[in-house]
Ligand binder design. Structure first.
Ligand code: FES
Ligand code: FES
Length: 164
C-alpha cells in the first residue's frame, strides 16, 4: 500500500514521516515515534488506554488514522511533565492519591482528566465520572482516581489563582 507524508507536532516537536492510510494514530505514535506511553487495550474505542490530546481535545488514538492527524498538535503522556518543574499537577495527584496500580490505564486517565480540567476547572463528582466514562481501570475501583481528579482540580485552580 502506498504511503503518505504525515506532518504533525508531537509533544512540542515537529515530526514528519510516511504512513500507510490505514495506520492508526496509536500505532504511528508507538511504532514510528517510539512513544509507548499511550497504550493499546481494545483497539475498538472502549477502554481509553490509548487516549492522547489532539488539538486540545482528548481523543482515543485507536479511532483516528495517522493521516487524519496531519497538521495536528498532539500531546501524549510523555509530553505532559515540565522538564523544569516536574510532573504535571494531574500526574502528581495520581501519584499522591494512589490512583495508579498496574498503570495500564493511567496515561489515558491522565490525558482525559487534563482535558476535563482544561474545560471545567471545578467539576462535580458526576461530571468527573462522566468525563472518565470512556477510560476503564481494572485495578483501582475508581475511588482513588476520583480523589486524584478532585485534588488535581484544586491544585490547578490554586496555580491559576482561582478559589480552591
Ligand atoms: S485501545 Fe483505544 S480505546 Fe482501547
Ligand atoms: S491501574 Fe491498572 S488498569 Fe488502572
Amino acid at each position: 500500500m502506498s504511503k503518505m507524508h504525515v506532518k504533525m507536532t508531537v509533544n512540542g516537536r515537529a515530526v514528519e514521516a510516511l504512513a500507510e492510510p490505514r495506520t492508526l494514530l496509536i500505532h504511528f505514535l508507538r511504532e514510528d515515534l517510539a512513544l509507548t506511553g499511550p497504550h493499546i487495550g481494545c483497539e475498538t474505542s472502549h477502554c481509553g488506554a490509548c487516549t492522547v490530546d489532539m488539538n486540545g481535545r482528548s481523543v482515543k488514538a485507536c479511532t483516528v488514522f495517522a493521516v487524519q492527524a496531519d497538521g495536528a498538535e498532539i500531546t501524549t503522556i510523555e509530553g505532559l511533565a515540565d522538564p523544569r518543574s516536574g510532573l504535571h499537577p494531574v500526574q502528581q495527584a495520581f501519584v499522591d492519591h494512589g490512583a495508579i496500580q498496574c498503570g495500564f490505564c493511567t496515561p489515558g486517565m491522565i490525558l482525559s482528566t487534563k482535558a476535563l480540567l482544561d474545560e471545567n476547572p471545578d467539576p462535580t463528582d458526576d461530571e468527573i465520572q462522566e468525563a472518565l466514562l470512556g477510560n476503564l481501570c481494572r485495578c483501582t475501583g475508581y475511588v482513588q482516581i476520583l480523589e486524584a481528579v478532585r485534588a488535581a482540580a484544586a491544585a490547578l485552580r490554586n496555580e491559576t489563582g482561582g478559589a480552591s
